[in-house]
Design a binder for this molecule. Structure first.
Ligand code: UD1
Ligand code: UDP
Length: 358
C-alpha cells in the first residue's frame, strides 16, 4: 500500500520514528514534512538521532498565524497528494500539520488514519482541541491510545472506525532507551546528580505568550529546593528574548536556561530528574512510563489516566501553594501499564487488514 505520513512538529517526529520503521516492512511510505518546526534542534536532530528516513517532500511552510499556516499547508499538501496519489494518509496528534493533512486528504477522498485519536481536554480555547476534534471527525480510521480516548470516540459516535492500539510513544521511548545504551549520561555531563534537579518545559500559549504571567511562573520555579533545568521551546524563547534579553540568569539564578535538547538526552534528563514540571502533552506520558513524578501546569489534561494514577498532578500556575505542591508531590508506588506495548506492530497489523474506502 502507498502511505503518506504527514509530520511537521517535534512530537510528530518522535511518533513517526517507530511507526515508519514498522510499516515500511510491508508498505511503500512517503514522508511529507510541512516545515511547521524548522530549527535544527526542533526537527533535523530528531530525524538523525532516530534514523527516520529523510522526508520525500519538505514544504518549508514555517511559522505564521493559525489560519495562514494551516492554509498554506493545505494548498501545498493538495499538490503533493494529487501527484503522489497515496492510498492512505496518516496524521499524528493535534497540531496544525495534523489538521491540514487530514483536511487536504478528505477533500480528495483519500482515506485518513489518525494516530492519537480521541484525546479531549474539553477546552475549545486550545488550538489543539479544535485540531483533534475536526481531524477525528473527517478520518476513516482512528487509533486511540487509551481506554479514555476510546470512550470519548464512542460518545461522539465514532466507535465503528476506532481501534484501541495503545500509544505509539511507548515504542518511541523504547527505541530511545535502546539507542542510549552506552551513551554518556547528560545529567552527569551537566554536573547534576540523579534526582537532584527538576526538569521544566513550557510552551502552551496560555502559560508563555504573556510575559508577566510567564515571569510569575518562573519566579515561583526559581524558589524550588533544587536546581531547575529548563530546555526552552522556541515559542517561549521568543517571549523571553523580547522582554528579558540578557537578564535571565540574574533574575532566576536557580533556573538553568538551555536550548531544546535532542530526544535521547531529553529522555535521559527526565529519567534522572527528581520530578518533571511541564505543560507538554507527550512529556506527561513519558514521565509516567519512566516512573517519574510529574506536575502539569495546566488546569485540565487529555491524559487523565496519568492524573488518576497519582503520578501526575495538575497544578494551576497561579496556585498560592505552587512551590509546596511540587516539592511534596510523591506518587504512590502503585503502577499500571496505561499505554500498551508493541504498539507499532499492532498499528501495522490493522493497516494490513484495512479495507480502504472513503
Ligand atoms: C506546536 C503545536 C502544539 C505542539 C507544539 C509542540 C499547533 C497549533 N501547535 O506549538 O500543539 O504541542 O508545536 O512543540 O500546531 N518557532 C521557532 N522555530 C521553530 C518552530 C517554532 O522559532 O522551529 C517559534 C516561532 O516564533 C513560532 C512559535 O515558535 O511562531 C510557535 O510555533 P508553532 O509551531 O506555531 O506553535 P508551537 O507553540 O510550537
Ligand atoms: N523533547 C525533546 N527535547 C526537548 C523537549 C522535549 O526531545 O528539549 C521531546 C519530548 O521527549 C517529547 C516531545 O519532545 O517526546 C514533546 O514535544 P512537545 O512538548 O514540544 O509537544 P507536545 O507533546 O506538548 O505536543
Amino acid at each position: 500500500m502507498k502511505i503518506a505520513s504527514i509530520v511537521g512538529a517535534r512530537p510528530q517526529f518522535v511518533k513517526l520514528a517507530p511507526f515508519s520503521k514498522k510499516i515500511r516492512e510491508k508498505n511503500h511510505e512517503i514522508i511529507i514534512h510541512t516545515g511547521q518546526h524548522y530549527d535544527v534542534n526542533m526537527s533535523a536532530s530528531f530525524f538523525k538521532e532516530l534514523d527516520i528516513p529523510n522526508p520525500d517532500y519538505h514544504l518549508e511552510i514555517g511559522s505564521d498565524t493559525h489560519a495562514k499556516q494551516t492554509g498554506k499547508m493545505l494548498a501545498e499538501l493538495e499538490d503533493v497528494f494529487v501527484k503522489e496519489q497515496p492510498e492512505l494518509v496518516v496524521v499524528f496528534g493535534d497540531t496544525n500539520s495534523t489538521l491540514a493533512g487530514a483536511l487536504a486528504a478528505a477533500k480528495l477522498h483519500i482515506p485518513i488514519l489518525h494516530i492519537e485519536a480521541g484525546l479531549r481536554s474539553f477546552n475549545r480555547r486550545m488550538p489543539e482541541e479544535i485540531n483533534r476534534v475536526a481531524t477525528d471527525h473527517i478520518s476513516s480510521f482512528l487509533y486511540a491510545p487509551t481506554e479514555a480516548a476510546m470512550i470519548n470516540l464512542s460518545k461522539e459516535g465514532l466507535e465503528d472506525i476506532s481501534y484501541l492500539t495503545g500509544d505509539i510513544m511507548v515504542d518511541s521511548l523504547k527505541l530511545a532507551l535502546e539507542k542510549s545504551k552506552g551513551r554518556e549520561l547528560v545529567n552527569e555531563k551537566m554536573g547534576l546528580n540523579k534526582e537532584e534537579y527538576y526538569l521544566l518545559t513550557l510552551h502552551r500559549p496560555q502559560n508563555v505568550d504573556n510575559y508577566e504571567y510567564l515571569s510569575n511562573l518562573l519566579k515561583k520555579m526559581n524558589k524550588l529546593d533544587l536546581p531547575v533545568i529548563f530546555p526552552v521551546h522556541p515559542r517561549t524563547r521568543k517571549i523571553l528574548r523580547d522582554y528579558a534579553p540578557n537578564t535571565l540568569d540574574e533574575t532566576y539564578p536557580a533556573i538553568r536556561f538551555i536550548e531544546p535538547v535532542g530526544y535521547l538526552d531529553f529522555i535521559n534528563l527526565q529519567a534522572n530528574s527528581k520530578a518533571v514540571v511541564t505543560d507538554s502533552g507527550g512529556i506527561q506520558k513519558e514521565a509516567y512510563i519512566l516512573k517519574r513524578p510529574c506536575v502539569t501546569v495546566r488546569t485540565e489534561t487529555e491524559w487523565i489516566e496519568t492524573v488518576n494514577s497519582g503520578w501526575n498532578k495538575l497544578l494551576a500556575p497561579d496556585s498560592e501553594d505552587f512551590i509546596e505542591q511540587i516539592i511534596e508531590h510523591r506518587p504512590l508506588n502503585e503502577y499500571h501499564d496505561l499505554f500498551g506495548q508493541n504498539v507499532a506492530a499492532k498499528m501495522s497489523e490493522i493497516i494490513d487488514s484495512m479495507e480502504l474506502k472513503f
